[in-house]
Ligand binder design. Sequence first.
Ligand SMILES: [Zn+2]
Ligand SMILES: [Zn+2]
Length: 355
Amino acid sequence: MISQMRAAVLQGINDLKLGSVPVPQLKPGSLLLKIHACAICGSDIRILKSGNNRVKYPAIIGHESSGEVVMVGEGITNFRVGDRLALGADIPCGRCIYCTNGLGNCCDENYALGYKFPGAFAEYCLLEPIMVNYGPLIKIPDSVSYDEAALMEPLACVLNGFELAQMKVGKSVLIIGAGPIGCMGIMVAKALGASAVILAEVDEKRLEEAKQFGADIYINSRKDNLIEEVKKMTLGRGVDGVFTMCPSVEAHEQAIELVAKRGYVNLFGGLPIGSRKAQITSNLIHYKECFVMGSHGSTPRHNKLAMDLIATKKVDVGRLITHRFGLEEIKMGIKVMENLEGMKIIIKPGGIPTS
Ligand SMILES: [Zn+2]
Ligand SMILES: [Zn+2]
């Protein structure tokens, strides 16, 4: 077994360096995974730009990942060398009140791959015993590629949001934000049988790209007044489920205005540190009897469900992948993402197969 590996190591804010670091030491109850794919998430960019109190330097980040088991620690019976695994990010501690009730994403301990535990922008990643025990660790069906499997985690987060917002057949949906998460949102809304899916986005290029995912109505909310447009098309009624799938406080405000009576607002996208406070007319919530909630991460159950939807192509996440880069080119991948030139960007620490 080799002792050194290539990794992208975060040394501080805006300081990501490629280097050689020791391969993590296998311990009883753990697994060593050779990483085949790790997608860049919007939250990775936020950690890079402004840090995160769960990330201590030097750190290896990256959580939307998949790989192959290359070493199995003592005592493990349910995994073996060669198993193909997809990783979720929110790792339950298994002991707190939330985890014992299946809500690992609400865990007080808040471990997470690529935050408290070293992540997957590296050739190898150690899966701690706690992750082997409690997940989210999902075996990848043969029909699913490593690149698709790396998108299980963000899809699981979207499923958590839609589940919390009680979305079901016949409901109308408004998604604000046409990034990869918003486009996954369109696919999930359609899989759930939404009566209409409206997508709003401020960036024209993004909006154009999102058209292939098949929402019913696309609105450029920089050019057109989103509130007026949606009210007009719903005859003043508003939308049953509004999802803010972008890091924008304006979206939070618009969502409260646009939700229907007895509808659901899911504040899905977190806001950057330092964002101003939302200005909402709380009486709207009162009179509409609407439900306003957040959602954050996903549970192992959502990850399993996400993998099932990927395997059956009910949600074809592969369509979101626009770029693939080797680990050495991770900075290029980050730049593509920041410039909104692509949707999902996959980093391939094992190199990109040429065929
Ligand atoms: Zn993510
Ligand atoms: Zn817990």
